[in-house]
Design a protein around this ligand. Structure first.
Ligand code: WT7
Length: 633
């Protein structure tokens, strides 16, 4: 290997010896030369009711289809097939609640729980192709509900439990769900989050909803509407069966049938429902999980994300269960009641792989080395990071203090749209802190200008993906035109996927993600649209116009800064600023609360009236504002 430039960390002999892939370059080359052959070989590792006729159908670009003609169900692969082997008795899930309660499930038990949930959904009239909205805290029933939908061929739409009434109602309406699954509440930092109350408000605005299944978690008193709301534990007692008996059958699906919708923030206020499928998504999530995290039978895998986001869908629920792994899930905050909570759980359960976000790492780093040092973290063998670029300082702390210089860090770059890891190291990859390193097998990426010319080595440009991959979102639910416009229009000629990120590639071919260049702000790794924040602001009676931008923040990566023009008759005051922040938090969710609000007289706009956020950003950072030729005045 030629010498790499900059700060480089090479894998140890032990890491290389046990790695599932020993030679990146040759497998990469093969995967590019024969992409379909590579993916077919990976797909063979799963069980198909009927094998596909064609690996990739690209006759209707950019609406690619994978494993066409194949009959498949992701749940058959994540649960059913394991029951025929010794894995039946293996732990599938270890769950710890924030108050300290513990529940564990073998694959056998997982099947029992998922079948029971499936039976109940079926009895509520949920059928193949129907959408079910799931709004839950991080409890095992969240995963059971998702898997139960998939089992009977229904499409789940999970809405993150931190979203507010408005966001939930909008997502229920877009998916036209008749059934909502929720819980009375959840625990977060010792407090109860009143999920059911949010659901009640959202249902008032959602004419499609007929029934609501409520899982009891906190036990606090909640309103239950007779004939509409049902306790899950009551339903479990009813002698109901699927048409084929007590054991609810796993539906035979087409590989391309939708598995779920997951909403991401968009340029306009309306969220985009990303549609993922049974076949390609299963192949992509399980393959990336197996290779990147080098999954072994004896691993205890902990992805400390919320299942309500794509990270949880792909790498708490589907990928790891398909790989027959033991999955750890934790309900609450990392520092509750003390900043030792995570380290204590790693020791207690013997976690071997920890996958989390830079924000969480920075947050825990802040409390100092003593907290982790009091625990035995020697079970860890690999670490992971996702959601935003990781700053080298946090990387080093994670590597030295948590991984004890033994555990390579897999900095995985991907998106809700991509379904799984796109640019990522493997355990054998020499690492550079802050770089997601190289493309995963089958993928070709480039950093280009607006015309599609590759920029010079080390220069910043737009990150594109040049090829289709099995885990890609197939469309935006109900809006295929928007799918084309958003991702494929800019590089239509070349047929490339636009990521919305800027990046640079160094002389060793390592990719360095810089950040979003569209109207998305990543706050603590969470994805928010400027439009959502702005429309929440203008829905306040005092606000005439608003603009939101993201500015660097030590802990959160980026923080939201808003500029507000008040309506006549209102005057700026600290009290009004506070009121507006609270308003955004209650309209969108607490994660969207602006860090700072400035009252202004005007906003920089183009002649066509579009707010030039880049000008606001440059000014706030004291940078050159760049080309102002389109500025109105
Ligand atoms: C955006 C996608 C995919 C799981 C969570 C986020 C940013 C994601 C990295 C990384 C630098 C990253 C990008 C991307 N991002 N991973 N390893 N390094 N940036 O999914 O909410 O759809 O957000 O997150 O900006 O476009 P998402």
């Amino acid at each position: 290997m030629s010498k790499l430039e900059g700060e480089v960390y090479y894998p140890s002999k032990e890491v290389v010896a046990r790695a599932n892939v020993k030679d990146y370059d040759s497998l990469y080359e093969r995967s590019i030369k024969d992409r379909e052959g590579f993916w077919a070989e990976e797909a063979e590792k799963l069980e198909w009711f009927k094998k596909w006729d064609k690996v990739l159908d690209d006759s209707q670009k950019p609406f690619y289809k994978w494993f066409v003609g194949g009959k498949f169900n992701i749940v058959h692969n994540a649960i059913d097939r394991h029951l025929k082997t010794w894995r039946r008795n293996k732990l599938a899930l270890i769950w710890e609640g924030e108050p300290g309660d513990l529940r564990t499930f073998s694959y056998h038990a997982l099947n029992r729980e998922v079948s029971s949930f499936a039976r109940i959904l079926h009895s509520m009239g949920v059928r193949k192709g129907d959408t079910v909205t799931i709004y839950m805290p991080q409890i095992p029933e969240l995963a059971f509900a998702m898997l139960a939908c998939a089992k009977i061929g229904a499409v789940h739409s999970v809405v993150y439990g931190g979203f507010s009434v408005e966001a939930l109602a909008e997502r229920i309406a877009d998916a036209r769900s008749r059934v909502v699954v929720t819980a009375d509440g959840g625990f977060r930092r010792g407090k109860i989050t009143d999920l059911k109350k949010t659901v009640d408000e959202a249902i008032k605005r959602s004419p499609t909803v007929e029934s609501c299944i409520v899982v009891r978690r906190t036990g606090h008193e909640v309103y239950m509407e007779s004939g509409r709301d049902f306790w899950y534990h009551d339903l479990q007692q009813l002698p109901i069966a699927c048409p084929d008996g007590q054991e609810c059958k796993t539906e035979v699906m087409d590989a391309e049938d939708p598995l779920f919708i997951l909403y991401t923030s968009g340029t306009t206020g309306k969220p985009k429902g990303q549609v993922h499928t049974h076949g390609g998504y299963a192949v992509y999530t399980s393959t990336t999980h197996r290779y990147v995290f080098d999954i072994k039978e004896e691993d205890r895998w902990w992805c400390a994300a919320d299942p309500g986001w794509i990270t949880g869908h792909s790498y708490i629920v589907y990928g790891p269960l398909i790989n027959g792994a033991t999955v750890m899930m934790y309900e609450g905050a990392p520092n509750y009641p003390y900043p030792n909570r995570w380290w204590k759980m790693i020791e207690k359960y013997g976690i071997t792989i920890l996958y989390t976000s830079p924000t969480a790492i920075r947050g825990l780093m802040r409390f100092g080395d003593d907290w982790p040092k009091r625990y035995d973290l020697s079970s860890l063998r690999l670490l992971g990071s996702v959601g935003e670029p990781i700053n080298p300082e946090a990387w080093r702390w994670y590597y030295e203090v948590i991984g004890q210089k033994r555990c390579p860090i897999m900095d995985t770059w991907w998106q809700t749209e991509t379904g799984g890891f796109m640019i990522t190291p493997l355990p054998i990859t020499p690492l550079k802190p802050g770089s997601a390193t190289k493309p995963f097998f089958g993928n070709e990426v480039a950093v280009v200008d607006d015309e599609g010319n590759e920029v010079l080595v080390g220069e910043e440009g737009k990150l594109v993906i040049k090829n289709p991959w099995p885990g890609m979102a197939r469309t935006i639910y109900g809006d295929p035109d928007r799918y084309v416009q958003t991702y494929w229009k800019d590089y239509e000629k070349q047929g490339w996927y636009k990521t919305g990120d800027s990046a640079r590639i160094d002389k060793d071919g390592y990719v360095w993600i810089i950040g979003r260049i569209d109207d998305v702000i990543k706050v603590s790794g969470y994805r928010l649209g400027t439009a959502e924040i702005e429309s929440a602001l203008v829905s306040h009676p005092a606000v005439a116009e608003a603009a939101a931008i993201g500015l660097p923040h030590e802990l959160k990566g980026n923080a939201i800064h808003a500029y507000v023009i008040l309506k006549q008759g209102f005057t700026p005051s600290p009290r009004l600023e506070q009121e507006l922040k609270d308003h955004v938090a209650s309209e969108v969710g607490p994660i969207a609360r602006p860090e700072d609000i400035q009252f202004v007289e005007s906003l920089p706009k183009t002649r066509s009236g579009k707010i030039m956020r880049r000008v606001l950003k440059a000014k706030a950072l004291g940078k050159d504002v760049g080309d102002l030729s389109t500025l109105e005045d």
